[in-house]
Design a protein around this ligand. Structure first.
Ligand SMILES: [Fe+2]
Length: 244
């Protein structure tokens, strides 16, 4: 690869694969692992073996940071997500290991519900617990749900201060794809699409609310620590870039 870069007069950038995600550092070479806790998680879940099942783009009338902050604030689940809430109760949320620019928590147990197919999927042998659904933010603009059977990942592209585009991908474990009935897999795709659409609707309301004079940034509840961690990350990044 080095010779190819030299022949084509291309600049050399550092890159790392974390599970099935490829990161390129435009700032130079990478000497240390970017996301060590997520890398361990990805190996335990054999994420490099996941296969693409569906993808979709969403146009969102909101700043990209509202989308991430909404994902981190799980207190909205009972009010906003009728199909997710029975399986992911607020009191069942717990912190997950995370290091660096990675924020993570999880739901345990995933409670069976007829409103979603999370407990109907064929579970392959991995080191991840089938009763746990993980939630991750990889700074700055990626959030994802992970489980031994699948991953639902969303990348957010800022378009303007009040507009973003989301690119979502549902990835399945190969055994899960082969051994789970097709209607259940389609139900899973529809479930994540519904959840994401529900989130987009309230994020767009947050964008409108952000113009209000009574808006304040405060840590009000213990779970606000996830939002605070994300806000600290982009405050720190803004010291080095004007692109955020
Ligand atoms: Fe949500």
């Amino acid at each position: 690869m080095h010779e190819v870069c030299e022949d084509l007069n291309l600049k050399r950038y550092g890159s790392q694969a974390v599970g099935n995600l490829q990161f390129v550092n435009l700032g130079g070479e990478l000497d240390t692992p970017l996301l060590p806790a997520f890398d361990t998680h990805a190996k335990q879940g054999r994420f490099s073996e996941l296969q693409a099942y569906t993808s979709k783009s969403y146009d969102v009338r909101a700043n990209w940071k509202h989308i991430i902050e909404n994902f981190l604030d799980y207190l909205h689940v009972p009010a906003i997500h009728p199909s997710l809430a029975p399986s992911s109760r607020v009191d069942d949320h717990h912190p997950s290991p995370c290091i660096g620019q990675h924020i993570a928590f999880h739901t345990n147990p995933i409670r069976p519900s007829k409103k979603n197919p999370l407990c109907e999927l064929h579970v392959p042998s991995t080191l991840l617990c089938e009763e746990t659904l993980f939630f991750h933010v990889l700074f700055p603009n990626c959030f994802l749900f992970t489980h031994p059977t699948h991953m639902f990942v969303v990348f957010i592209d800022p378009v303007s201060p009040d507009r973003s585009t989301e690119r979502s991908y549902l990835l399945l474990n190969k055994q899960t794809m082969e051994k789970t009935p097709y209607p259940v897999l389609q139900g899973l795709a529809n479930f994540y699409d519904d959840v994401n659409e529900e989130d987009i609707r309230i994020v767009e309301q947050c964008q409108e609310g952000s113009y209000g004079e009574e808006r304040h940034n405060r840590v009000l509840l213990p779970v606000d620590k996830y939002l605070y961690a994300f806000q600290e990350m982009y405050r720190d990044a803004m010291a080095h870039s004007h692109d955020l």
